[in-house]
Design a binder for this molecule. Sequence first.
Ligand code: MCN
Length: 794
Amino acid sequence: MKNEGKYIGLDLRRTEDDRLLMGKGMYVDDIKLDGCYHVAFLRSPYAHANINNIRTVEALALDGVIAAFTGEDLVDKVGYLPLMSNVYPGVMEREKPIIKPQMQRALAYKKARYVGEPVAAIVAISRAVAEDALELIQIDYEPLTVVNDPYKAMKKESPILFEEWGDNIAVSYEVKAGNVEKVLKNADFIIREKFKVNRQSGNPIETRGVLTNWDIRTNSLTMWSSTQMPHRLQYYISECLSIPKSNIRVVAPDVGGGFGPKALIYSEEIALAYFATVLKKPLKWIEDRLEHMKGTAHSRDQHHFVEVGFQKDGTIIGLRDELILDTGAYNLYGVNTSYNTAAHLPGPYRLDHYTCNVKVISTNKVPCSQYRGAGRPEAVFVMDRIIDLIAKQLNMDPADVRIKNMITKEEMPYDTGRLYKDGEPLIYDSGDYVTCFHKALEEIDYHEFRSKQEQYRKEGKYIGVGLSAYVEGTGQGPHDGCRISIDSSGSILCGVSTASQGQGHQTTWAQICAEYLDVPMEQIQIVTGDTAAVKYGSGTYGSRSAVVGGNAIVKACKSIKKKAIKIASILLETSKENLIIGNGRVFLIDKPDVGYTYAELAKWAEPNKLPLKHDIEPGLSVEEYFVPSTATYSNGVHAALVEVDIESGKIEIIKYVVSHDSGKIINPMIAEGQIAGGVAQGIGGAVYEEIVYDDNGQIVTGTYMDYLLPTASEIPDIISIHMESPSTRNSLGVKGVGEGGTISPPAVLANAVEDALRSFDIKINSLPLSPNYIWNLVNESSQQNKQLVMKSND
Ligand code: MCN
């Protein structure tokens, strides 16, 4: 890859890995506070039940138990968990969403709505004692009829989760561009198809965890949480408990994976904050794996009914989608995930006439939030399956149908006619989708494979190729900040309001800072995930940190250089125009020997040091914020070769290629790691993972015996091709890369499997591509064929 900067663009090893890979990470559970009590939560065993009475007397009598809390104890003192997404004015005006905020309490009060919902909590001297005490809590539950299917949930006769709303439709709206009704009438062909995307769980290696400390001297709370959004957690603790924000510090120390579900404010965080205000003692809760499966948000779980109109030559002229998202018991992300799906569905394809009618439905399941890709894998699964179905109908090559409909470089910036979720026009800023597509075709040897495919089949091998292309809005607002302080030792402290869970921010932020300040990276210390490091921030989700955090660093670097020049101009009694910065020094343009290092200037910036009267604030320190105008759009193409064993239905991925464009790349090695990790998770969701519920709302795949995560042996080598179309929306030219890997695997693998099994004429419209599912499809098709043969023999 081209290296245009001294540091930006370099393949540097991650500086945090010395610590993280040697087992020296500092995760929430590694932090020990003297006199710390432990918290355990009692969770509802029922999916839907009234809670009539809770008795904690026996639990409280157990040796070592400090306190017991129930929903009733919190009801007047603790606010509801927050709704995480705003609906911006543009979306409000145009799409007119109807939103029924279905809010959760930190501890359920009067009614439990999913198995796993926290109902009571025990604080004790150890987790073991706390768990023993949970068994002594007596609850008088009155089980209610369980709603576990979104279609049934919409029926009039269905029980309702929130009686005050009158139905189970949490959100409804329509994303619309052009006039799909009209164009569908003129289509040569129409395909109607249903698709289903499986419910998944995030499964970071580190489960969630919270530790609190209460300072009786200042009446202030410090919380360490494995959260993706420390600043927002700080704000919402303040809102829920009515404590001034300035009395709350939230730290996300090392976090062992987040993947989206940790970008929520959880019951346990708000509850522990409240318990800390009452008990004024350090408190710790660490989620165990069983709790994670039923206590941490799930995702995906979408149903689509699509109607697409196209012409004989493969041109798609209109698409209508009915999207149902089963959001579980509480609608914590508002319109967000479904909007991501609706807005991203057409992807890199030209689709002027498009409607997506969205309904987000409440059921008695774990609430859904965002999980890596957050609505885009679902969108791309639908769109790229549709394209393969069009190709099949027209007997065209699926690659040709894609190219025919793909937006070209010449059309950039491309106005899709839709709105992004921030209410701004959804305009792709830059990208060369067609070249990106051709690169993937080349790398997978597409045409060569096609020429051999028949031969493979004759040899009894069922090998297919799949293609998928996506566009992803990244780098969303509202803002992130960076505070840089240089001290007289020359050490540069760079606090950024992002919160890494493994993305390598310590390295890439130092690369940006070193580049813009022109100093060695070793001189820079990066601090993230701490509300004390920068005043405001949004967090790390939505592949936004490189864009928003990265550009906040650029702004802070520029600003601190200005200040350094101003101080130097006073010291050298010259105008600022006569000074420049290089190699960590400010010096005279025409006398490079005369100048000051940052360290020397930092010394002069101490109070009362500067010789002349001046208006400079003390300290060589600044704090700046980057507020993006709207998203910037990454894109990519995945291609895979897959062999299917028709005896078992098992899939083997022979080759996997990702050709992607995330604008300027700060660190290609890290970007490649992000893609590889994303693809691995995408393969998991496509082939193995599924949260399955029974009729009583119990999870039947709630342990790793049944919820299958891919291991290294299931993940092929991933070949990445980088392209760089700089974003025009920020000065680094960057776009996000953290989720792209996860977006296309379901589509690409489904297409490859269907292609491999062409001779069976199967149709894949549901995930995961489990051996069971594939075997059944093959078997049903064989049975049908046999019946046809028998009929014709009759
Ligand atoms: N980067 C780069 N060049 C670019 C863009 C990004 O070198 N043009 C680098 C960044 O500097 C950063 C990394 O790539 O080190 C990811 O950046 P970005 O795309 O901005 O994504 P975020 O840092 O905001 O991370 C969030 C994203 C999301 S939404 C999920 S989910 C996810 C992911 O990142 N969760 C992860 N990657 C993960 N990786 C790990 N190890 N663990 C998770 O929980």
